[in-house]
Design a protein. Structure first.
Length: 225
């Protein structure tokens, strides 16, 4: 497959990356799209169409299924894979598409590194998070915090969330080889801890989160996507 990465995650789950170099016709020839998906695609234009198609191709290849399952959105717009109990999350940036699938709540974000992130920082950084920043790695470190909160938001799966008030990342020392820390969603009666992983890849920052506490006894977890 043209994907550039397909990795098993610890303790459970899978991560995939796809560098989009194929034309739209290639995806349309590869993918079986359901009527509702075809109607959705017809409403899109330009690069968005390629990103939409690449994400579905990536998740389908990761699933190992012969017959593709449709992406179905719930009442909040969070995607789910038809016929699967696993959670899925997708992200796009420039020519990369990323996906994380797991038997627990999960989220993924991929961002091309740009200096303007410093201007956006006050909108998503908490004081204790800002104290961990160092001048020499400021831009990259900020992208991890931003990506972490985007991933947490996707894992949370609902709307109306404040990135400063409701999403928190345990402050950490940034390392170019990547690393991990804890992250939290706290809103109303929801209090969920996640394990956050990050890595740098060719000018991009990739972050993903997996819920720390599993949804039930390990024997009852779905084994495949």
């Amino acid at each position: 497959m043209p994907g550039i990465l397909h990795r098993q995650l610890t303790p459970y789950g899978e991560l995939g990356l796809w560098r989009i170099s194929e034309p739209e016709a290639w995806f349309l020839n590869q993918l079986f799209l359901y009527p509702a998906e075809l109607r959705q695609l017809e409403q899109m234009k330009g690069r968005r169409r390629l990103e939409w198609l690449a994400a579905r191709q990536l998740v389908h290849d990761m699933s190992g299924r012969d017959q593709r399952g449709a992406f179905i959105k719930d009442q909040y717009g969070k995607p789910h894979l038809e016929g699967s109990a696993w959670h899925i999350s997708i992200s796009h940036s420039a020519d990369l598409s990323a996906a994380v699938v797991a038997p627990m709540p999960c989220g993924v974000d991929i961002q091309f590194i740009v200096p303007k992130i410093t201007r956006l920082a006050p909108k998503f950084m908490r004081p204790e998070e800002s104290e961990s920043l160092q001048p020499e790695t400021l831009v990259e470190h900020l992208h991890v915090y931003w990506g972490a909160k985007e991933a947490l938001y996707k894992a949370y799966g609902r709307r109306e969330i404040d990135f400063r008030a409701h999403l928190r990342v345990q402050p950490f020392t940034f390392r170019e080889m990547g690393g991990y820390t804890s992250a939290f969603v706290n809103k109303g009666d929801i209090s969920q801890r996640y394990r956050l992983h990050y890595e740098l890849r060719d000018g991009f920052v990739l972050t993903y989160v997996l819920a720390d506490d599993l949804p039930g006894p390990i024997d009852y977890l779905p084994e495949t996507l």
